[in-house]
Write a protein that binds this ligand. Structure first.
Ligand code: NOJ
Length: 507
């Protein structure tokens, strides 16, 4: 390490020591022994090699190549080149001291054409290599089967999530994964944030397949009042089928567990008016329970049925059979809290199209004062109490089912003036992670059955519509040279995992 860099790191440490005097610390030993501490990524965001190893095109390969769709006109063609650099990346994870790593499998790498045209052995080989190398380093693979990217042929052939046919295809893909990798993978998630995937894909139409209707967004075709709910219904049933396959054919012999990962924004009423309280409850129901109520409790929440009526599908007796097998855990991705204003009984000048079917308006500010410190991601504010509220909400609604905090992280913005040094000196992230992890510990002490914590993300990567303009990594990535540099947050996590107090102090 150069002298300049050393001095800079030392200065940063001292500043942290000072900060540490202001808040209370905790350490790893206060979490259960079996607790998973990890980092998270997803296939499209890090792998690159989009045309290598016989991979087929995914819906995100196609979308990111449409001019104007991604903020910085970038794509995931190369991303972190993790497909080639995975061994180095595992070394970095090992050096952090994590005991688990959450990643997703690219469906179009495993089944590049369709399910009738064979499994791609190169894809199988890649994930086998990855899984084996992780296990050799004592890192448990925590695998997501769907994290936004699906083979483009499913769109072209029959409209993907809008068609019940996808249930068979997803079931087939999942079974290939259980068969090939399940002897070593003990944690499976069917979907990552399907609530975001379908809203962006079919309500506002900014994610593939770019479907929506006015005034929700500008798309060539779609129906924002109907399609998000049809797509979600097929996601829920596809999930059910996959859980059934795992439970009936694989769980007993492979000994793993299976769940689903939701995006969980916490919401608070903007004012004390009853309408805003009711709207907050309603918006919460339109978000996580939209998926988890049918999966765990058997039907959609009543708040949704009241507003959506027949636009919300119903579960036929055939459908219900597909949901007979229950999940083992809930994956909680949590980053932020927002205020909610009612637009159903009250007059709103503006509505939030992302949530419009719930007739609400969400904002991060009350009378010009932000709900928490703003971050580079426009809707992400630092509000640790929101994590506590969310964990308790899920705990109560779903009878304290085991949870993993499958994502939590902090975005840094990119400008013409930010230097590598600025990115590496990420004390804001350390502060964020420290506060959220501390809050998580509080929920555990209060009885929540939380079994793991994964930081988003292991390294800077392709942030969907934002391209490379937001950086979430513990490691800084130079996207030209692919050099990875540990940020201060990586050092903080490492020290914490080694047993130091969460408030970073120099040895
Ligand atoms: C949630 C998503 O699962 C992940 O793909 C995304 O990059 C992070 N949040 C940050 O926005």
């Amino acid at each position: 390490m150069g002298i300049k860099k050393k001095t800079f790191m030392a200065a940063a440490f001292y500043l942290l020591c000072f900060l540490s005097l202001l808040v209370e610390g905790f350490d790893r030993s206060e979490f259960p022994d079996s607790f998973l501490f990890g980092t998270a990524t997803s296939s499209y965001q890090i792998e690159g090699a989009y045309l290598q190893g016989n991979k087929g095109l995914s819906n995100w390969d196609v979308l990111s190549h449409i001019p104007g769709k991604i903020d910085d006109s970038s794509n995931g063609d190369i991303a972190d080149d993790h497909y080639h650099l995975y061994m180095d990346d595992i070394e970095l994870m090992h050096s952090l001291g994590i005991n688990s790593y959450r990643f997703s499998i690219s469906w179009s790498r495993i089944l590049p054409r369709d399910r009738f045209q064979g499994v791609n052995q190169d894809g199988i080989q890649f994930y086998n290599n990855l899984i084996n190398a992780l296990l050799l380093k004592g890192i448990e693979p925590f695998v997501t089967l769907n994290h936004n990217d699906i083979p483009q042929y499913l769109e072209d052939k029959y409209g993907a999530w809008l068609n019940p046919e996808i249930q068979k295809d997803f079931g087939y893909f999942a079974e290939v994964c259980f068969r090939e990798f399940g002897d070593r993978v003990k944690y499976w998630a069917t979907f990552n944030e399907p609530n975001i995937m379908v809203k962006k894909g079919y309500l506002t139409g900014t994610y593939p397949p770019l479907r929506c209707s006015a005034p929700f967004g500008e798309c060539l075709s779609g129906n924002s009042s109907v399609e998000p709910y049809v797509a979600a219904h097929n996601v829920i049933l596809s999930h059910g089928i996959v859980v059934e396959i795992y439970k009936k054919k694989y769980q007993a012999k492979q000994g793993g567990i299976i769940g689903i990962v939701m995006s969980t924004t916490w919401y608070e009423p903007l004012t004390n008016l009853t309408n805003d309280w009711v709207a907050t409850k309603r918006l919460l129901a339109f978000d996580v329970p939209w998926f988890l109520d049918p999966i765990i409790l058997g039907d959609y929440p009543s708040e949704m049925r009241q507003i959506l009526g027949s636009n919300l599908p119903t579960f036929s007796s055939e459908d219900k059979k597909k949901l007979r097998y229950k999940i083992d855990f809930i994956g909680v991705n949590h980053y932020t809290t927002l205020y909610v204003r009612d637009c159903l009984y009250s007059l709103c000048e503006v509505m939030d199209f992302f949530n419009e079917n719930a007739f609400t308006y969400t904002t991060g500010e009350r009378n010009g004062i932000p709900i928490g410190t703003p971050t580079a991601m426009d809707t992400f504010y630092v509000v640790p109490r929101g994590l506590e509220m969310m964990v308790n909400y899920i705990k109560e609604r779903y009878n304290n089912m085991p949870m993993f905090l499958t994502e939590n992280g902090y975005a840094q913005g990119v400008s013409n003036y930010t230097t590598v040094k600025d990115f590496v000196n990420d004390m804001d992230r350390v502060d964020y992670l420290n506060q959220y992890l501390g809050m998580l510990l509080k929920t555990i002490r209060n009885g929540a059955d939380v079994r793991g914590y994964f930081i988003w993300s292991m390294m800077d990567n392709f942030e969907w519509l934002y391209g490379y303009t937001l950086r979430f990594g513990l490691y800084h990535v130079d996207f030209t040279t692919q050099a990875r540099t540990p940020k201060l947050s990586a050092m903080w996590y490492k020290k914490f995992l080694q047993g130091s107090d969460s408030l970073l102090k120099e040895d």
